[in-house]
Design a binder for this molecule. Sequence first.
Ligand code: NAD
Length: 284
Amino acid sequence: MKMSAGVIDGRKVSAGVRARVAAEVSDFVAGGGKPPVLATVIVGEDPASEVYVANKHRACEEAGMESVHHGLPHETTQADLLELVARLGADDGVDGILVQLPVPDHIDADAVVAAIDPAKDVDGLSPVSAGLLAGGSPGMVPCTPAGVIELLDHQGTELEGAEAVIVGRSKLVGRPLVSLLLDRNATVTVCHSRTRDLKAVCRRADVLIAAVGVPRLIGAAHIKPGAVVIDVGINRTDDGLVGDVDFDAVSRVAGAITPVPGGVGPMTIAMLISNTLQAARNRA
Ligand code: NAD
């Protein structure tokens, strides 16, 4: 009889993180701290960004934190946006700053992210945050990769000495995961679009993390039996939302696997509010 993989329930783990943060916020406030404040910025009108940011505000509220939103018109200049980011950085009443990407084409997103005060960089994407993480003394850790580690820990996955293979080398997911997994003493390999034999490298993995953006790229032939598989991919297809992993096929070989939706996705906001609390504590 073929065993079927355990499904890692991201919604449940995310709810646990959010409840933990809410309890810690309550202690922080009881100890005389001000409720942490997240400032969000959207430039232009992007319906998806509006939904993401509304969800972030709701998560803040549920955790006993406050949030303020700055919705700027599409025509906003880079100079005006930089000025707002500097103002939020100097504002003692703001603990976390999040500029929702994408920004319109006439704005250099990298320059804006680089201008965020590293102490308030709750998305963890500024060059200072990335440098600290790469140097092994993390400041703010990007939310999606932090959520991946949280899921692995919840699962009780042994990372020390494990073969961890990451597919994808983005600034947002793949690269931060290299540092996070090295910090946990995993043996880390990164695959990308030029990797010669993706299947062979993936088959070495005790822990396989896919962050590619190609629907169902990872099939059963990529999986070492019993491996823990984390699917970061979110791809809209004619069959609805699917990950980078062929869930049905891989479930028959893997030991544990995250579904899409309901795996990594819900973790991102949970880690954002966790970072916002951390920023508030560091500043207090
Ligand atoms: P990206 O496009 O910046 O990077 C993709 C990476 O995949 C690149 O490094 C590229 O080299 C690699 N790649 C592309 N084709 C490949 C192939 N055929 N074989 C091996 N590697 C290949 O993407 P990203 O921002 O890291 O996002 C990856 C996926 O994760 C997307 O589906 C995105 O929607 C999703 N995502 C989800 C969350 C979340 O759950 N909250 C957050 C961020 C990204």
